[in-house]
Design a protein around this ligand. Structure first.
Ligand code: 5AD
Ligand code: SF4
Length: 356
């Protein structure tokens, strides 16, 4: 991804920032300027404005979501992911329903009011298993939010999860550009099917999360412009964006990582375009850049997703290399996060943090 060298005048930049802050879509050409024509000072001002808008809606509170990585088995073969089916070196595990419930209990004790169940598309954790697990969590935790991130499923399955008590669903579209999608996935996967899933999820009343990786092999400015147009069309309640990071034993093991700066810029832009959206400071960003989490929050992000998985399996959930991981125990992780946030004047908001 290259800057195009054509710098913006101060007047033009201020006009763009005010228009975007007023909820106006810049359109494809405008987005292109946002992605390619900012100098460092303008970038910093964009991010400061995004943080201001975030504080207007959420104050200095940052929502936490307890992430439970329920299975490292996956039937899919995404070229970028360390858990892809063909990776013979991946360590595989799946949590039992009771283990998932234990994670929720530990999370609840540590103050979490959202549980996120995330896993590969594991044939053993089938639709019935997921629905039953959601039901069991819902019964024990009637007031907690339950988020699922278990890939592409049928409409009937999504409906059954919802009826069992799931509130939210994360399913990144990964890239809106079909040619680029085909660079990242084998032929049996399709971007159109992924997008159809997202529409179904929205229609079932899930708070729905979409998003893309930044800097995947083959990604151009045009691909990102397609992503932005898609997000504007879908209007997801949650937007997850992280840099691509190489994963060993995958076709992209030796490709360069995505850019932290561009990821941060996209976070800020999405905050201004979707002021009330839930936008995480992603683990991928924190992995790429030790300051990434704090930088994201100071640039418009308002969610962090600490790991609640049993410590014995965390390193097995290796979607990319060197994944950042806070303290072994979740309560300790929360304390560390609280300190990190306090150091920049923010704090944890222990509420459910629904989209309103
Ligand atoms: N680098 C960064 N993000 C990745 N994901 C999968 N593999 C990688 C990688 N190598 C992201 C995808 C997926 C989410 C769970 O993790 O966007 O949707
Ligand atoms: Fe499976 Fe998700 Fe990894 Fe693709 S990104 S291989 S669907 S776990």
């Amino acid at each position: 991804m290259k800057e195009n060298g054509e710098k913006l005048s101060e007047t033009a930049f201020r006009g763009m920032l005010d228009a975007l802050s007023d909820g106006e879509s810049p359109g494809r050409e405008g987005w292109c300027r946002w992605l390619t024509a900012l100098d460092e000072g303008q970038d910093a001002r964009l991010r400061a404005r995004a943080a201001e808008v975030s504080r207007r809606h959420f104050g200095y509170g940052v929502y936490i979501r307890g992430l439970i990585e329920i299975s490292s088995y996956c039937r899919n073969n995404c070229y970028y992911c360390g858990l892809r089916h063909s990776n013979r070196f991946a360590s595989r595990y799946r949590l039992s329903r009771e283990e998932v419930l234990d994670c929720c209990r530990e999370g609840a004790r540590a103050g979490f009011s959202t549980f996120v169940l995330q896993g590969g598309e594991d044939g053993v954790q089938d639709d019935a298993w997921v629905a039953g697990t959601v039901e069991a969590i819902r019964e024990e935790f009637p007031a907690h939010a339950i988020t699922l991130s278990v890939g592409e499923r049928s409409e009937a399955a999504y409906r059954s999860f919802r009826e069992a008590g799931a509130d939210r669903y994360l399913l990144r579209h990964e890239t809106r550009n079909d040619v680029h999608y085909a660079c990242l996935h084998p032929a049996e996967m399709s971007g159109a099917r992924r997008r159809e899933c997202l529409r179904v999820l929205k229609s079932l009343g899930y708070q729905t999360g979409a998003g893309m990786m930044v800097g995947t092999p083959g990604q151009t400015v045009d691909c990102l412009l397609d992503d932005l147009a898609f997000l504007e069309e879908l209007e997801p309640e949650m937007i997850g964006m992280g840099p691509f990071l190489p994963a060993a034993h995958t076709p992209f093991a030796h490709c360069p990582a995505g850019s932290a700066a561009l990821t941060l810029r996209l976070v800020a832009l999405m905050r201004l375009r979707f002021p009330r959206a839930l936008i995480p400071a992603t683990t991928a960003l924190a992995t790429l850049d030790g300051q990434g989490r704090v930088a994201a929050i100071l640039g418009g992000a308002n969610v962090v997703m600490p790991n609640l998985s049993p410590s014995g399996v965390r390193e097995k959930y290796a979607i990319y290399d060197h994944k950042a991981c806070q303290g072994g125990e979740s309560a300790e992780g929360v304390r560390q996060l609280e300190q990190e946030l306090r150091s920049i004047g923010y704090h944890i908001d222990y509420g459910r943090g629904d989209y309103v």
